[in-house]
Design a binder for this molecule. Structure first.
Ligand code: 6GU
Length: 234
């Protein structure tokens, strides 16, 4: 799977995408991430990419011409399944949307900065608008990094059996159960007996009960949905 990310702040994206699981996925050739500096498509000697908003108000808006030039250049090289604009007024990213996006081959991500991008770019090119939650970030870059991470870890071969995404919180519509490691007793606190029993069936039954109880207490909204459909993420 390939992501192309358009941004005025490429540095903000390089580090989060080049460590640990995402680094390994890229080394294995399962994942490709290319970050494109919008300024390379900027106007004039100063490579201008933004301007004041018509109608006034604080903050700058990304101009349409550099974005269009960059998008058209990239679209000339491959067909994108979606052109995604990261924006707080988009559809909220959840596990179900991550699952759906992970089935794509090529995604083009547009990061706004300052006040956002000219509305006409959204009308002309954008096929999907995504927010990562109900709070405001300074730009779409960290949201793009979140999206790439959440989607990439679902690709076949990125995680191994032990870390399989099948056991994630949310993947079955429930929160994950508590986890423990050595030592079996620490500062007077013991690991639940069943986890030391070696009895696979009893362990997975306990984990499922814990998942249900944790979800019921912490996320009654998810719990209600789970009861209705068993797996709301498919
Ligand atoms: Cl995608 N962008 C910005 N700027 N803020 C956000 C967001 C995106 N998602 C939540 N807040």
């Amino acid at each position: 799977m390939r992501f192309d990310i358009v941004t005025v702040l490429p540095e903000l994206l390089v580090s989060p995408l080049n460590h640990s699981i995402l680094k390994r996925a890229q080394e294995r050739g399962i994942l490709q991430v290319f970050v494109h500096d919008l300024r390379e498509y900027g106007l004039g000697r100063h490579r201008q990419v933004d301007d004041y908003p018509f109608g006034g108000g604080a903050g700058m808006v990304l101009r349409p011409e550099p974005l269009a030039a960059c998008i058209r250049h990239l679209q000339g090289e491959r067909v994108y399944d979606e052109v995604i604009y990261l924006t707080p007024d988009g559809k909220t990213l959840d596990q179900k949307l991550c699952n759906r996006l992970s089935l794509n081959e090529n995604l083009l991500l547009l990061c706004g900065h300052y006040k956002g991008i000219d509305e006409r770019i959204r009308q002309k090119f954008v096929t999907l608008e995504i927010s990562i939650g109900d709070y405001v970030l300074s730009g779409g870059e960290l949201a793009a990094a979140v999206l790439v991470d959440a989607v990439s870890r679902l690709l076949p071969g990125v995680l191994n059996d032990e870390t399989s995404a099948l056991f994630d919180s949310f993947q079955d519509g429930l929160l994950a159960p508590p986890v423990y490691t050595r030592p079996a007793e620490w500062e007077g606190m013991a690991v639940p007996e069943v986890l030391l029993s070696g009895h696979a069936k009893r362990i997975s039954e306990w984990q499922h009960e814990q998942s249900l109880e944790r979800t019921r207490l912490r996320r009654p909204d998810l719990y209600a949905r789970w009861q209705e459909s068993e797996n709301p993420n498919i």
